[in-house]
Design a protein around this ligand. Structure first.
Ligand SMILES: *[C@@H]1O[C@H](CO)[C@@H](O)[C@H](O)[C@H]1NC(C)=O
Ligand SMILES: *[C@@H]1O[C@H](CO)[C@@H](O)[C@H](O)[C@H]1NC(C)=O
Length: 459
């Protein structure tokens, strides 16, 4: 029996290792993986210690993060980065939607043995003592479909021991589910360093044979031994957010202003309509990408940008209707109606609000400064072009022709320098005195019903 005791102990230790139901998931295959083990005692009581491990290629990521919950907003987030001294900094944060997750210390975590940077791999073995609940959510330690999120940023390692380090916006995200009933471990102890693997920093969680070429020259690679019970639902990439930004910039800062300028410069209503239709379609495509991104990051209708953006985009639906009403009225009566001014000013206000909301979105997304600068330059150039056009239109009118035109069709507001700028230019009112023949031609068209067909304008 004297011999048997240590043998039994060894056997049970071995058994503990073998039966460790640690399961995991790789947000980035071979490069960033996490595993979790829930002690039976914690699973039974519904609270207490849980253990998880996060591994990533050390020199490739600025930081990596996992969090509990379905969405970033309200998630219990753990950010990991190298501490610059061969170990890992764990930063617990509260997900707040679009903005930088704020450091918090409510979550009790401990970095455990086996953590560190070895063979090019950053390993964090973590004990969390109260992960079953946090302000913002709860996790059922026996949940069959426990929701997790992950995020990461490629780049040079942060190398800081500060848990409050400012992190750059994530580059990509992943959401996945773990069946915690398959993650139970018998003992309430670090399941990642049992047995012979202790202290190597790579505890047997290697890939199933094929992990050559992870790039870091590591010997084991990164992977998880058991992915059974986890499922991944692909998250919204940064691409979606980028596409959203590019499309919306094109729509609000370029196309809408351009369409408004065209009606003044080219004076053909169909160019104006064509441009605004393209902008309108682009805007809805931008809304779609924004909606998807916001839904995946949990920010939908939870921050100013998404709410305000939805309002502006929805309000824009009225604009083609106003334009069409104006057009019909003008065609029939040869004069502007209140709806004409509504069309002009409604459009101006929405364009401006859209551009402002773009800035809000850039800020909320923590976009690189370059993006903000490019956006500001585009918006400013459009703004200058727009105002210049409005002034030119005003000067044209001010140059004597306005009176003439007022006499002719009474469609001009003599006291508004920019009133000309907009749908009144639907190609009918091009004259401004200088080009009398054209003017008359258009006057004719604006009154003669026969010309409708010629312009293909539906009644
Ligand atoms: C990292 O820190 C943990 C917790 O203090 C410790 O157990 C571990 O040995 C450290 N790793 C290295 C490589 O120093
Ligand atoms: C290993 O990975 C390479 C590259 O991804 C792939 O072509 C190959 O089929 C894999 N081999 C095995 C055994 O999975």
């Amino acid at each position: 029996m004297k011999i048997l005791n240590p043998l039994l102990a060894a056997a049970s230790a071995l058994f503990a290792t073998a039966s460790a139901g640690v399961i995991g998931h790789c947000p980035v295959q071979d490069k960033f993986c996490m595993s979790i083990g829930v002690p039976e005692s914690s699973a039974a009581s519904g609270s207490g210690n849980i253990y998880f491990q996060v591994q990533s290629v050390a020199d490739q990521y600025s930081w990596v993060a996992v969090g509990t919950g379905t969405i970033m907003s309200g998630s219990n987030i753990f950010v990991f980065y190298t501490d610059g001294a061969g170990n890992v900094t764990v930063s617990t944060r509260r997900g707040t939607g679009h903005t930088l997750p704020q450091p918090q210390s409510d979550t009790r975590v401990q970095l455990l043995a086996g953590s560190g940077v070895a063979n090019g791999i950053m390993t964090a073995n973590v004990l969390c003592q109260n992960c079953e609940s946090w302000s913002g959510g709860q996790m059922d330690l026996q949940g069959k479909s426990s929701a997790w999120i992950a995020a990461w940023r490629e780049g040079s390692p942060l190398n800081t021991q500060s848990a409050d380090a400012r992190i750059t916006q994530h580059q990509d995200t992943d959401t996945f589910r773990i069946d915690l009933t398959q993650a139970t471990v018998t003992q309430d102890a670090n399941p990642f360093v049992t047995g012979a693997a202790a202290g190597t920093g790579n505890n047997g969680n290697t890939n199933s044979g094929n992990n050559s070429g992870t790039g870091a020259g590591n010997n084991g690679g990164i992977g998880v031994g058991n992915t059974g019970g986890t499922s991944s639902t692909s998250g919204s990439g940064p691409d979606m957010l980028l596409i959203h930004g590019v499309i919306m910039t094109a729509a609000f800062a370029l196309l809408y202003p351009l369409g408004s300028i065209l009606i003044v410069l080219v004076r053909k209503w169909y160019f104006h309509v064509a441009c605004q239709v393209v902008a309108f379609i682009a805007m809805w495509a931008g809304f779609g990408t924004g909606y998807t991104t916001a839904r995946n990051t949990g920010t939908l209708f939870k921050d100013g940008h998404t709410i305000f953006g939805t309002v502006v985009v929805s309000a824009m639906v009225l604009q083609p209707i106003l334009g069409s009403l104006h057009h019909h009225y003008f065609k029939k009566n040869g004069t502007r109606s209140p709806v004409s001014y509504a069309h002009i000013w409604y459009g101006r206000v929405l364009m401006l609000l859209g551009i402002v909301n773009g800035g809000v979105g850039l800020r909320a997304a923590g976009s690189p400064q370059t993006f903000t600068i490019v956006y500001a330059v585009i918006a400013a150039m459009s703004g200058v072009a727009y105002v210049a056009c409005a002034l030119v239109a005003g000067m044209r009118k001010g140059g004597g022709s306005g009176a003439e035109r007022s006499k002719e069709d009474g469609s001009y507001s003599p006291n508004s320098a920019t009133a000309d700028f907009g749908p009144n230019r639907y190609g009918y009112q091009t004259g401004q005195g200088a080009d009398t023949s054209r003017n008359q031609q258009y006057q004719f068209q604006s009154r003669g019903r026969g010309s409708d067909e010629q312009y293909g304008w539906t009644r």
